[in-house]
Design a protein around this ligand. Structure first.
Ligand SMILES: Cc1cc2nc3c(=O)[nH]c(=O)nc-3n(C[C@H](O)[C@H](O)[C@H](O)COP(=O)(O)OP(=O)(O)OC[C@H]3O[C@@H](n4cnc5c(N)ncnc54)[C@H](O)[C@@H]3O)c2cc1C
Ligand SMILES: NC(=O)C1=CN([C@@H]2O[C@H](COP(=O)(O)OP(=O)(O)OC[C@H]3O[C@@H](n4cnc5c(N)ncnc54)[C@H](O)[C@@H]3O)[C@@H](O)[C@H]2O)C=CC1
Length: 445
């Protein structure tokens, strides 16, 4: 069987590796328009903020790895069109040569691009987006310029908050804008998000929430000012991070798509065309909190969905268990993790939910050194009492592991009452006999 993979970043790599490692004998062709593969965008802020010196280790795979396993891999080659009836893809190399490839099965792993707000002045120089390695390099080069001092970051979601920290670490003045009233508003309820806001403000980041950019002004072709519904601010650089949109143009009019344009898939990653699979940021994903398909762009989801597609195409039927959109962020040493829905997100999705909050020290109370406060919220459906979300915030790194338990609880449709008496280990170095997760669950009304 000939299998063509379009897009060789996290999702495409996972699908190709699954096929090459577990199902030998197929002809695998991998195509990507970029010159690199496997770039971990999650390391951009860490590198640009100089928490690591070089970006080299942010790549975990190279074309030779796949060639060694027998795949044909074409980089700097863009797929321009797909004839889904004839099962032929049309592609163009960097030098302009066009060619076609036939396929038996096709994997679309074309990912996402940042949303580009078409505001007046959007094409001025000095306005950036962050997704590709090359875009990280461009921002890094701007940070190195002494004349770039005042930076506007638009969107205080995950990328915006991380790059705001990075810019501050490089000694810049940073103005962080978001349409919502807090940072991280899509992931956390206000009482949690406010903790991050305090952390950002404490480190000198100027917060402009509830503010919408309306125009960019410039001089000599370069941005010099950002105008919002509330004021005008002189800046030397703008970084836009207001979310992603699925790169699904190749599927247009041929495959069923979701309301945001992502390609609809089932739990086997199969699209509305049985010979075509879609994985990663270009596709929808099943949310166990919502109990329906939705769109959640994460590298973790990309990898898992690629593995699922690989097995299904290879001949092992495998149904994805769905995801919770589990995520985390760490800014100036303050960590937040969440899974499933916040109260606000659940209500927006039409769920009737209640929540239980608790706050305690991470380790046993008699340990007075490095014993940070942890704040927890568990969100559950009022009637069924099934857990649909959890949020944790602390300087303690242990919360990074704890959130995964809630992820499994949501996946397995556990109730808050089942969590209340769950066997959690106790050791003073790590926790208390009345574990804050247990207490939060026990306190649930
Ligand atoms: C700054 C930043 C930080 C992030 N941090 C995290 C994090 O901490 N945790 C997390 O889980 N996620 C994080 N993400 C999100 C994560 O990077 C994405 O969810 C992930 O990249 C999706 O992988 P993908 O393979 O589906 O798509 P993509 O990474 O978008 O890759 C798609 C590939 O398809 C190629 N392509 C597209 N169209 C064509 C075409 N027509 N022809 C040929 N090739 C094509 C592209 O060149 C690209 O290589 C972060 C993203 C960014 C930008
Ligand atoms: N740690 C992690 O897991 C990370 C995950 N990612 C993922 O990458 C994807 C893209 O990240 P982001 O671009 O940060 O998207 P995001 O969805 O996290 O945040 C976008 C932010 O922009 C704001 N916004 C939207 N339109 C706006 C406007 N016109 N003006 C001002 N603010 C506006 C939103 O309120 C939101 O807070 C997300 O799916 C995210 O989860 C990215 C970085 C880190």
């Amino acid at each position: 069987m000939k299998i063509v993979v379009i897009g060789t970043n996290h999702a495409g790599i996972a699908a190709a590796n699954t096929l090459l490692d577990h199902y030998p004998g197929h002809e695998i062709v991998m195509i990507d328009r970029n010159s690199n593969m496997s770039y971990l965008g999650c390391g951009t802020a860490i590198w640009v903020g100089r928490q690591i010196e070089k970006p080299d280790e942010l790549f975990y795979a190279k074309p030779e790895d796949f060639e060694a396993k027998g795949a044909k891999i074409l980089t700097e080659t863009e797929v321009t069109e797909i004839d889904f009836k004839q099962k032929v893809i049309h592609a163009k190399t960097k030098s302009g040569e066009t060619f076609v490839e036939t396929y038996d099965k096709l994997i679309l792993a074309t990912g996402s691009r940042p949303i580009i707000p078409k505001l007046p002045g959007h094409d001025l120089e000095g306005i950036h987006f962050l997704k590709l390695f090359q875009e990280g390099q461009a921002v890094d080069a701007e940070f190195a310029k002494p004349e770039v001092q005042r930076i506007a970051v638009i969107g205080a979601g995950y990328i915006g908050t991380e790059i705001a920290e990075a810019a501050k670490r490089r000694g810049k003045e940073v103005l962080l804008f978001d349409a919502e009233s807090t940072s991280l508003a899509s992931y956390y309820d206000e009482t949690f998000a406010k903790e991050m806001d305090q952390n950002l403000a404490h480190h000198g980041i100027e917060l402009h929430f509830g503010e919408l950019a309306t125009e960019f002004k410039g001089s000599d072709g370069r941005v010099t000012q950002i105008v919002t519904n509330k004021g005008a601010y002189d800046v030397d650089l703008v970084i836009n991070c207001i979310g992603f949109t699925a790169n699904s143009a190749l599927a247009k009019d041929n495959l069923a798509t979701f309301k945001n344009g992502a390609i609809k898939v089932d739990k086997h990653q199969q699209t509305s065309n049985p010979d075509v699979y879609a994985v990663g940021d270009v596709a929808t994903i099943y949310s166990n909190a919502l109990q329906d398909f939705t769109y959640i762009a994460l590298a973790s989801n990309a990898v898992r969905s690629g593995i699922v597609a690989g097995h299904n195409i290879g001949g092992t039927p495998l149904e994805a268990p769905g995801v919770q959109g589990s995520n985390g962020i760490s800014i100036f040493g303050f960590h937040m993790t969440s899974t499933g829905f916040s109260v606000k997100a659940a209500q927006k999705a039409g769920l009737e939910v209640a929540y239980s909050d608790f706050e305690d020290k991470q380790k046993a109370w008699f340990l007075h050194e490095d014993n940070d406060t942890v704040k927890i919220r568990i969100v559950y459906e009022k009637e069924s009492r099934r857990v649909v979300g959890a949020q944790l915030a602390s300087y303690s790194e242990i919360i990074a592991g704890n959130i995964n338990m809630f992820s499994l609880a949501i996946q397995d449709q556990k109730t808050i009452d089942e969590l209340a008496l769950l066997d959690l280990f106790f050791l003073p170095h790590f926790n208390s006999p009345y574990n804050y997760m247990t207490v939060a669950a026990l306190n649930a009304k």
